[in-house]
Design a protein around this ligand. Structure first.
Ligand SMILES: *[C@@H]1O[C@H](CO)[C@@H](O)[C@H](O)[C@H]1NC(C)=O
Ligand SMILES: *[C@@H]1O[C@H](CO)[C@@H](O)[C@H](O)[C@H]1NC(C)=O
Ligand SMILES: *[C@@H]1O[C@H](CO)[C@@H](O)[C@H](O)[C@H]1NC(C)=O
Ligand SMILES: *[C@@H]1O[C@H](CO)[C@@H](O)[C@H](O)[C@H]1NC(C)=O
Ligand SMILES: *[C@@H]1O[C@H](CO)[C@@H](O)[C@H](O)[C@H]1NC(C)=O
Length: 709
């Protein structure tokens, strides 16, 4: 009896739980990515989805691939993805289904690319392209044409060289330069301006057809979508690589002056055949780019497709209209994909699109092996690798996980990895103990740089570095930015009286804490330390407040945020007003450093460095602060799966081969300059006292002699 009652109660309870979850599940979750400007839509439209009759709610994704991951983990039901995102999904074997396409016209694809030839050029099949003049749309509108699509014709018809003494990019350029008689490929070939200039001089025939061959940039008359067609119709080139819709409007029957008679022009097909442009048979396409799509979780696909069909702008303030607004970039029609399709088969319907993404590279394959130190870093690195490859970034990145940064540095020495991101505090060690050099820097705006300052008590009366003599000091770590910058300042002011530097510092300061100080060094520099709780910038601030020390050498931001950051401070009685930054003659910092730098072996060849630097500069352009798509594909800087500073720092402005974000940056005391000028330890006692002593001896001698006379 009791048992049956319990059983019934249990069944009812289970049912209730089940029903409540079912009720919750009926609201589908759309993963929304905010773009820039007019593409910032979440704040405006997501609240409307909270209406009681709405069947959808917003989840804010960090970027489109973040949405893809959320769908894969079952944390979102659907999102808008681009064709490139789908290739990444396919390569990473992430299962989503395609239910709808977002189109802005009736075409089957967003665009299709064709090769148009001038009949007078005597081209009767694809092999006749050799020694012809090529009109290419050029580079630098990554948002619209990926390099993969821009280079498709050349990769398909031009035999690709693999000279081991040239970068991959230069190999491609050289192959085209040898193959074509001349071309106009305007715009940046590589991201580094000097290198771009060098290549354009070396392979000048690829700019020769341009209207301004010596400049060969994005302002050229023959640059861009309409530029390549203009180049062809003006008779400058024999073959043009262009979008079919642009070809159609260029050769249309409209009476507009800009159009051209189709007579005398033909399509060159991938199979080698020729079709006149004025022919009624459908033109032959080399590669088609599929429309953006609604990608869904398998289990929700059917419902979401039906839901999509019911959306409209009929009621402007309805949740359905709000959802449409969230999904579309231009005014779109949401069409059904019938039947609902898997990514691979969906992409396979677009001519050339999948094969464009799988052309073989050089052998042996060239890679940049990046060292990571956690699962999350390795995961982000893996997504970067896939996403970059889809945009035609070469060479490939490989991600290898080590236990910590020290192991990574050792890995570079052992040649088991090529590159590691090194934080400012480890730069000196990486240079001196591991003999590494920098490939590029994570540059930042002034307010985000690592700026070393001396934090002292507001009422201490300390006015200069020399006033710190005998005082209790807290450092984040031995041999870090703060340590070396203080050492440099004191040394250049001749305040260090003993050698080596460690002894001089111990002699200058009173009881202090310098975490990770080598075992054999003076104990006074370790006296304030308590285990390792005073390690790092916040550690040094804790040391300052808990130990009632006189000075902490930390980054300006650590000082600014420490007192606000309750988690880090714990129970302390002081406030930020009890402290101030020590300034001497209006100079308030001891050094500054970029947020981090990529370090590599000094053995790497010039060639390897050029190839690898370009990989990261290209990723910076595609996934960094200056991304071109309406919404972000993947955030190089910024949260990854909700975590800060994964692999790269969130506050990075851009990656550069110089430490400054902008060329006009003139902030003094750059940390690397300081490291290069640390100098020899010369005990200042000997510098000052020796001349005095000898002077004294000399004068006594004279007095003695004079006295004797
Ligand atoms: C296309 O142009 C050719 C001449 O170049 C002409 O003979 C042919 O009739 C034209 N075809 C159509 C469909 O207009
Ligand atoms: C242009 O219009 C004429 C007459 O309408 C037609 O015969 C011809 O095929 C058209 N050409 C193209 C390229 O559409
Ligand atoms: C990395 O781990 C090793 C031990 O395997 C340790 O000696 C070293 O100090 C660690 N490095 C860092 C930066 O934590
Ligand atoms: C770098 O080159 C030096 C001398 O050429 C050699 O002794 C050393 O083993 C090389 N290191 C690596 C990591 O290849
Ligand atoms: C401590 O040891 C290192 C090398 O092990 C040496 O370079 C340094 O001079 C030593 N310091 C002192 C104070 O003896």
């Amino acid at each position: 009896m009791v048992i049956t009652t319990r059983l019934i109660a249990c069944v009812i309870f289970t049912l209730l739980v089940y029903l409540s979850t079912v009720k919750c599940r009926t609201k589908y979750q759309v993963c929304v990515v905010d773009g820039r400007g007019s593409n910032k839509k979440a704040a405006r439209y997501c609240p409307i989805l909270d209406e009681p009759d709405s069947r959808v709610e917003c989840i804010i994704g960090l970027d489109r691939l973040d949405c893809l991951r959320r769908i894969a983990k079952g944390k979102a039901d659907f999102a808008v993805l681009t064709a490139e995102d789908l290739v990444t999904a396919a390569n990473l074997r992430i299962e989503v289904l395609i239910t709808n396409e977002l189109k802005y016209n009736d075409d089957d694809f967003e665009y299709e690319i064709v090769a148009v030839i001038n009949d007078a050029a005597g081209i009767s099949n694809r092999y006749d392209l050799r020694d012809k003049r090529f009109c290419h749309p050029g580079y630098s509108y990554d948002g619209e044409w990926t390099r993969i699509i821009a280079n498709y014709l050349e990769v398909s018809v031009v035999p690709q060289g693999c000279d081991p003494y040239l970068t991959l990019t230069e190999n491609r350029i050289k192959s085209s330069s040898k193959y074509f008689k001349a071309a106009c490929k305007a715009g940046p070939w590589v991201n580094e301006p000097t290198l771009n200039q060098q290549l354009k001089q070396k392979y000048h025939n690829l700019c020769e057809v341009c209207s301004n061959p010596n400049v060969c940039n994005g302002n050229d008359e023959y640059w861009g979508r309409s530029g390549s067609l203009l180049c062809l119709t003006a008779g400058a080139g024999d073959i043009a690589w262009a979008r079919l819709d642009d070809v159609r409007s260029q050769f249309s029957n409209a009476t507009s002056r800009v159009t051209t008679s189709p007579e005398g022009f033909s399509y060159l097909c991938p199979d080698g055949s020729i079709i006149p442009v004025n022919s009624t048979s459908s033109p032959c396409v080399w590669v088609a780019k599929p429309w953006p799509v609604i990608a869904t979780k398998r289990t929700s696909a059917q419902d979401i497709q039906e839901l999509m069909s019911s959306l409209s702008h009929d009621l402007p303030n309805s949740w359905k209209s709000a959802l449409l607004n969230l999904l579309e970039t231009y005014h779109v029609t949401v069409t059904q994909v019938q039947p609902i399709e898997a990514v691979e088969s969906y992409l396979a319907r677009a001519v050339g699109f999948l094969s464009a993404n799988s052309f073989p590279g050089c052998h042996p394959p060239r890679t940049v092996r990046m060292c990571t130190t956690s699962n999350i870093e390795n995961a982000k690195c893996g997504w970067l690798r896939e996403a970059a490859a889809v945009y035609g970034v070469e060479p490939d990145i490989e991600c290898l996980k080590a236990d910590n940064k020290t192991h990574c540095l050792q890995g570079i020495l052992d040649s088991s990895v090529d590159l590691v991101m090194v934080p400012p505090d480890m730069i000196h060690m990486a240079k001196t103990r591991y003999n590494l050099r920098t490939l590029f820097y994570e540059t930042a705006k002034d307010e985000n740089k690592y700026i070393t300052v001396a934090v002292v008590k507001s009422d201490s009366g300390i006015k200069s570095l020399s006033d710190l003599k005998g005082k209790k000091a807290c450092f984040p770590v031995y041999d870090g930015v703060a340590w070396n910058s203080v050492l440099h300042s004191l040394n250049s002011k001749h305040l260090l009286k003993e050698c080596p530097f460690e002894k001089g510092m111990a002699d200058f300061f009173g009881s202090s804490c310098v975490p990770d100080l080598p075992r054999n060094e003076s104990t006074s520099l370790r006296r304030l330390c308590k285990g390792n709780i005073y390690e790092g910038d916040y550690g040094a601030m804790r040391c300052l407040t808990h130990e009632d020390a006189d000075v902490a050498f930390v980054s300006q931001n650590a000082f600014t945020y420490f007192f606000k950051d309750i988690k880090q401070t714990g129970n302390i009685k002081q406030t930020i007003t009890d402290y101030k930054i020590l300034c001497e003659k209006n100079l308030c910092h001891l050094s500054w450093a970029p947020l981090g730098q990529a370090m590599i072996s000094t053995n790497k060849t010039d060639l390897w460095r050029k190839d690898s630097l370009d990989v990261f500069l290209q990723m910076d352009g595609l996934f960094g602060a200056e991304y071109k798509d309406p919404t972000r594909t993947l955030s190089l800087y910024g949260l990854y799966d909700g975590k800060t500073d994964v692999l790269f720092h969130d506050a990075t402005a851009r990656l550069r081969d110089v430490p400054i974000a902008k060329n006009m940056d003139r902030m003094v005391l750059q940390y690397e300059d300081i490291l290069n000028n640390l100098g020899e330890c010369i005990p200042s006692s000997s510098i000052r006292t020796l001349p005095l002593v000898s002077m004294f001896v000399y004068i006594s001698c004279i007095l003695f002699l004079v006295g004797n006379v």
